[in-house]
Write a protein that binds this ligand. Sequence first.
Ligand code: TXA
Ligand code: MG
Length: 342
Amino acid sequence: MRPEIAEAVALLKGGELVAFPTETVYGLGADAANPVAVAKIFAAKGRPADHPLIVHLPSVEHMARWAIDVPDEAERLAAAFWPGPLTLILKRRANVPDAVTGGQDTVGLRVPNHPLALELLAAFDGGIAAPSANRFGRISPTTAAHVREELGSRVPLILDGGACPVGIESTILDLSRGKPVLLRPGAIGAADIARVIGRAPEMAAPHVDEPRGDEKETPRGEGNETPRVSGSLEAHYAPRTPLQLVSSDGLLFALRDALVAGERVAVLAPTAQAISHDLVAWRQVPADPAGCAHDLYASLRELDALDCARILVQKPPAGEAWLAVNDRLQRAAAGSGEDDET
Ligand code: TXA
Ligand code: MG
């Protein structure tokens, strides 16, 4: 075993945290079977403890150790997309700690498609609970340096696997209620899912704090207003600088207004820099959805660090292919410009 993997496994077995790369974003991992270790994740992130975590597995064979009543559709989707950026919400086994599930009767599972994550998981030979390795409500990290910026000494070891290839968080599909519900869009789209299971998932309503208010049977006690998916909170994936989504025409008007006001302004757009000016910081993103997703968080993080008055983002096209990127941008716009107490 490579020394860094051995060190990571020793830390996890000892109840400590390890940050590691996945194909989507970096995760902040702990032994999912150890509630004391899992509690350290919430402390390091500054995240409310009733938010459920995704359990990362070495292989599909581990699914039955965490979930019961696994529907045939879950087996088929796992066979088709694991390892890969798809999280399945399934009925939990009784042994899954409440610290992982936020006390819910379900658990989120996925096998990540990243060589370093798979090497770590195989060596650990168990489930690793891991949210994105950012402070709560902030932009997810897609490089080891981002994790260091976010968490610093709060995490004893960061495995460095370079930039994450996908760049935005996994698709989350709830299969625990008889019908498939898409809780968070990601690189694997509704059409990809429908091709495998023969029916399209229902879409959880976007940008509401409670995506599925029609459920009566799930006891939530105190956590009545707690969203099932923290990614459904508006104030998520947010830069500190106010972020404004604008059309391509609107971009030039907004730029002009900012410059007239003497404001320093950042721009994220699929086109090359249109205006050369001391007060304008321009970052070009690829014009295709996968390329844009790959660069999105790193670009927002860079622009956020410039302390501009605002970040103007040219709105991507509508439609299925852009759903996940648009989702993240809308949340970033809604939650931007707030202080650390989100
Ligand atoms: O791509 C990803 O999914 C990354 C990498 C590290 O795997 N992880 C990630 O974790 O984005 P996190 O915690 O930032 O977001 C996971 C989302 C949360 O919004 C959480 O509420 C939801 O998954 N989730 C986890 N378990 C759930 C459950 N049992 N029911 C509903 N939602 C759940
Ligand atoms: Mg997150």
